[in-house]
Design a binder for this molecule. Structure first.
Ligand code: 5RP
Length: 233
């Protein structure tokens, strides 16, 4: 499988969910970027939609390709949110946040009538957790929060318990999210009870948001070298 082609094909298939006049949630990451670029082409051909971006990177790209934007404060509901994922399981539970945009992504997905996930087929897994789970935390007291995230992994039966502060490969400095927070990457390895882990993380002071998206996606489009497979719950 050629990853980039598969991502392009997933993004292309998601255009079927876009109708004239819609407000769209625009995801973050390389697959979502394929979608935004293809949406820009449709806008240039006359499609009238407005997008709510989930990150500053997506905002910049959407502006470059001519997709009109709205602030989240200007909308009461979003018709469809189209976003990538780091892992998807058969119950359409997701790990998101590899690109660090999980907070805005979750706010936009939760405000959407429908969430369509676009991903290359390697993102489909039987059990979540091989991809490190991103957890956005306040900078204040992050080491204490990190210790409590380790406890949450242990308490909910995860196979791995290591949690590391995400640092930039270039500067070796902590990555700062669009919201001004840090990201902890939780190496759970195997998440046996995603709902319990989500609840445990939500209960930790200092956790702003976590990358488990549960009960949000109804459609998953898995891109392949040729075309894409559409799965629905
Ligand atoms: C960003 C995300 C992305 O959707 C996820 O990391 C997938 O990225 P890509 O499409 O580049 O594989 O959650 O926060």
């Amino acid at each position: 499988m050629t990853e980039s082609l598969a991502k392009f094909n997933a993004a292309h298939a998601a255009l079927d969910y876009v109708k004239d006049g819609m407000v769209l949630g625009l995801g973050t990451g390389s697959t979502a970027a394929h979608f935004v670029r293809q949406l820009g082409e449709r806008v240039r051909q006359g499609l009238r939609v407005k997008g709510v971006p989930t990150s500053e990177a997506t905002r910049n790209l959407a502006e470059q390709v001519g997709v009109p934007l709205l602030e989240i404060s200007q909308v009461s509901a979003i018709d469809v949110c189209i976003d990538g994922a780091d892992e998807v399981d058969p119950a359409f539970r997701l790990i998101k946040g590899g690109g660090g945009a999980l907070l805005r992504e979750k706010i936009v997905a939760a405000a959407s009538k429908q969430m369509v996930v676009i991903a290359d087929e390697t993102k489909w897994v039987e059990t979540l957790g091989a991809f490190p789970l991103p957890v956005e935390v306040t900078r204040f007291g992050f080491a204490l929060t990190q210790a409590r995230v380790v406890e949450a992994l242990r308490a909910t039966g995860c196979a791995g318990h290591e949690v590391e502060l995400r640092v930039s490969g270039k500067s070796n400095e902590p990555v700062i999210t669009d919201g001004g927070n840090y990201i902890l990457d939780a190496h759970a390895k195997r998440i046996v009870n995603a709902e319990a882990l989500a609840a445990a993380l939500q209960g930790i002071a200092g956790v702003v948001e976590h990358g488990l998206f549960i009960g949000l996606a109804q459609t998953v489009i898995l891109g392949k070298d040729k075309g894409a497979e559409v799965k629905r719950l």
